[in-house]
Design a protein. Structure first.
Length: 232
């Protein structure tokens, strides 16, 4: 079967993953706070928007206003897309029934009704945290990702890391359930000079990908991944 690819919209990173994500796949972006998960997720949606795709952004952390501000800060024409091709939905991560119902039932219906091609849940770790035991969480996440993989959209999930482990998501599930896993991390040089950010494509099913750790920088209007540079 031909693997159709879609760009994330971050050139150096698209290059590292062999020309983009596989259409219809699930990707996890794992990183501690401030590493750029939300920015990467927005960049992924923007790439879809400029190509005329409908996009859904489910926020469990930041308010809709914050997300809209982040979009305009990046110089993107929000009014052109807002509620036309970009649907931003804030869920309350403390409201168990509402949030679960929204993600398990309403989201699939919305994806179908607007024919969304790109969907972000940021961060999925707050959704996972709604389940109070690991076996329920594992079962629900497995079902959710399986259900999403049957829809005609490409899914991007973000997750906080488990404390002190850059490579493990908060609940240790999404990295197994996703087709592609990208880890964002801080690199603190031993001489305590400036902190750098770097990323690694840890896993990509059905695809060849770079295994190197590459530096990246978040700029006002774009993300630069220096795929030619080396962090060490
Ligand atoms: N418009 C911008 N201009 C410059 N730097 C930015 C901009 N937006 C975000 N950043 C930088 O990116 C960092 C990560 O932001 P964010 O994507 O919200 O991280 P996360 O979702 O992982 O917590 C911010 O702390 C800031 O340093
Ligand atoms: Mg964020």
């Amino acid at each position: 079967m031909i693997k159709e690819r879609i760009l994330i919209g971050i050139p150096g990173l698209d290059e590292m993953i062999g020309g983009g994500l596989i259409k219809g796949s699930t990707t996890a972006i794992i990183g501690t706070y401030g590493t750029g998960k939300t920015t990467f997720a927005l960049q992924f949606l923007f790439e879809g928007l400029i190509n005329g795709e409908n996009c859904i952004y489910i926020s469990l952390e930041e308010s809709e206003e914050n997300i809209y501000e982040k979009i305009t800060d990046r110089g993107w024409d929000l009014e052109k897309y807002k509620d036309k091709s970009l649907f931003v939905i804030k869920l309350d991560p403390t409201d168990f029934n509402l949030s679960i119902n929204s993600i398990k039932n309403d989201l699939p219906d919305l994806i179908k009704s607007v024919d969304a091609k790109r969907v972000v849940i940021d961060p999925i770790s707050l959704f996972e945290g709604l389940f109070d035991d690991q076996s329920t969480r594992r079962r629900e996440m497995f079902r959710f990702i399986e259900m999403m993989s049957n829809l005609d959209c490409t899914l991007l999930l973000t997750s906080e890391t488990e404390q002190n482990n850059n490579y493990s998501s908060r609940y240790g599930l999404v990295e197994y359930l996703s087709d592609t896993v990208i880890v964002l991390m801080y690199i603190r040089p031993s001489d305590l000079s400036e902190v750098h950010t770097a990323l690694e494509v840890v896993k990509m099913r059905r695809s060849n990908h770079s295994r190197e750790i590459k530096p990246y920088e978040i700029q006002e209007d774009k993300v630069n991944v220096y795929s030619e540079a080396s962090v060490f």
